[in-house]
Write a protein that binds this ligand. Structure first.
Ligand code: FE2
Length: 141
């Protein structure tokens, strides 16, 4: 069974963001599989690093989109992104140094953080863009 199952209600109806969220879910699932299989530490570290790198890329893209569409609460949203990437980066460094980390906790954190973030914070982006689009079609008429 996959660790995080994609659900249609995770779509915020912004194609690029939804696609990136799906990729994030896939990467979390890959990390889960790698841990379940008992891959060696280096291999697990590579999957973990790919997840952290992609997360950083995705947040930057999302923040660009928010800035370009004059989304309110950008600072708060950005702060939440920073907090998440800081925690993941710390854990990745610990992993790389051979320290013990609680991988069950890590997976649960990844899953619950991402799902809640998509459903609450990112959903607001979808709503904001939908409103902006309907306003611009009204005024161009
Ligand atoms: Fe976000």
């Amino acid at each position: 069974m996959v660790f995080v199952e994609w659900r249609d209600d995770y779509n915020i109806n912004v194609a690029t963001v939804d696609q990136q969220h799906r990729s994030l879910v896939e990467l979390i699932n890959k990390l889960h599989e790698s841990l379940e299989r008992g891959d060696d530490r280096e291999e697990i570290g590579n999957v973990f690093r790919a997840l952290v790198d992609y997360t950083i890329y995705h947040f930057a893209e999302e923040e660009k989109l928010m800035a370009n569409s004059h989304m309110p609460d950008l600072d708060d949203h950005q702060a939440r992104h920073r907090q998440f990437t800081a925690r993941l980066s710390d854990l990745l460094v610990q992993w790389g140094m051979g320290e013990e980390i609680d991988t069950t906790d890590l997976l649960e954190y990844l899953k619950s953080w991402l799902v809640r973030h998509i459903l609450v914070d990112d959903m607001a982006i979808g709503k904001h863009l939908a409103r902006a689009t309907s306003r611009s079609t009204t005024t161009s008429r």
